[in-house]
Design a binder for this molecule. Structure first.
Ligand SMILES: [Zn+2]
Length: 99
């Protein structure tokens, strides 16, 4: 059976749909931040609330590490010297695929 590819302004519809689907968790996270800010009288968005939402959306994930993972990671500052191995929160594969 022949597959019919639809195009919109020269772009493949399937590719556009895949890009839209990849953006959906980020859009949901942004919407959640806006709602959180408005609930707080247009105030700051709580970092833990934002982090938990990103985990729920699959954008961040915990990875077990045996040692501090680098200069840009907060796990070295957050955990004491006797708390290794520990879990470090990182962008998931989904989180890294932002189009
Ligand atoms: Zn780390």
């Amino acid at each position: 059976m022949k597959t019919i590819k639809f195009k919109a302004n020269g772009a493949d519809i399937a590719e556009l749909e895949a890009e839209r689907d990849a953006m959906k968790p980020w859009a949901t996270l942004g919407r959640g931040c806006l709602i959180e800010s408005r609930v707080n009288g247009c105030g700051d968005v709580d970092g833990v609330t934002l982090q938990d939402a990103a985990i729920d959306l699959g954008l961040l994930e915990y990875v077990t590490v045996d040692k501090p993972c680098g200069d840009r990671c907060q796990c070295a500052d957050y955990y004491g010297p006797d708390e290794w191995p520990t879990r470090c929160l990182r962008l998931s594969a989904l989180g890294k695929e932002m189009p």
